[in-house]
Write a protein that binds this ligand. Sequence first.
Ligand code: ADP
Ligand code: MG
Length: 468
Amino acid sequence: VWENCLHFIKDNIQPQAFKTWFEPIKSVKLTDKALSIQVPSKFFYEWLEEHYVKLLKVALTRELGENAKLVYVIRMENTYGNKQPFTESIPSSNRANMQPQELDVPVKHKNPELKNPFVIPGIRNIKIESQLNPNYSFDNFLEGDSNRLARSAGMAVANKPGGTSFNPLLIFGGVGLGKTHLAHAIGVEIKDKYPEKTVLYISAEKFTQQYIESVKKNTRNDFIHFYQLIDVLIIDDVQFFSGKSGTQDVFFHVFNHLHQNGKQVILTSDKAPVDMQDIEQRLLSRFKWGLSAELQNPDYETRVSILKNRLYRDGVEMPEEIIDCVARNIKSNVRELEGAIISLIAQSSFNKKEVTLELANQIVEKFVKNTKREVSIDYIQKVISDYFQMDVETLQSKTRKRHIVQARQLAMFFAKKYTKASLASIGSQIGKRDHATVLHACKTVDNLAETDKQFRKYIDDLNQKFSQ
Ligand code: ADP
Ligand code: MG
């Protein structure tokens, strides 16, 4: 009977939907006029009820006549889960080799409307709170050279979620450069344009926690199904997945499902994909399917416009020269820029002092001091060349002389250690090498540090210089 129903259903829906929602179903019992079917999770059942109840009714009525009944059986949760290796597709029926009477539990109907599955329930949207912050919009994400690509890619995605080649869209860049803001802005814009779409913003950390929780409670499948229902999934700070293979695995499956179904995925990370460590290759290769767009340090003009916008929104006026002073001195990131201006406003209103250039200078100075002065790659090259008594050009040159190669490798090693620059950017600044060369240099230094006493001393000496 079920086989026949399936044939009928298959002819009436999209192949992908059939594969997702009907192939995993097993028929378990047929009594008189009631067919029992087994579904993998409660979520699954709710989804069927919401989207396919009419179709199911028609299919079953054709087979069993007007009084046909359908009974759902949800596979008991502790019968699947972590022991089972996870396959690429959504759980399929052949994984359920179990004795129904032992393992199956009837659906507990929370909603009395659902007791008789053929009472077609009103549209029950599964409400998923999007977790978006409406204050992070495109309007107040100021455009500049440093963010133009990422911002316009974000706009394109917001206009046509899932319908561009930017899928996934990966936004990467250092702290405080606007990744979280932009990620929310895309979500907010999508919600605005397509209110019916299910959008979810979640940090990679929270996603990981939820996943671990689901494994503990044996609800891993529900976890996966939940995420597969989303139209636009935004995961912030995916570098957090590094080294967490279980989470990466589950994300991989969720990602594939969403991608196959034309759903949009937006990710942010503090590193470019090539620089991500302990992330499985198959995930990294998925990241490359779409677009990786970098947020760079804002240039002076962008800093000025961000400051002006901020002041405007707060209804505060401030002389140009003060804005200029803040913008000129605080270069590291937007968060600090905002921090400085906020503290300037606070100081002036608290002490009822006018904001003078002097006060601005004081505050800026404090900010610059507090943010640990980052050692720059230029500085590292200078110190190392001095230490080995060569000049920077020699250090950067193409020569294969051993002591020069070592000095160069040390420079790369320390650049990786003391700066936030990517491997690619370190390579390009130290004699135009590529990221693989830098990675190799870092490994070589690590090895030599363990095996070569003299080399160990170089590292210790240099460490002292840089950590001062
Ligand atoms: P990240 O997630 O990259 O660490 P955030 O998104 O938290 O950075 O941004 C830090 C702060 O800077 C936020 O208050 C954000 O609103 C602001 N910001 C970043 N970029 C911009 C921009 N282009 N225009 C306006 N504000 C920005
Ligand atoms: Mg962030």
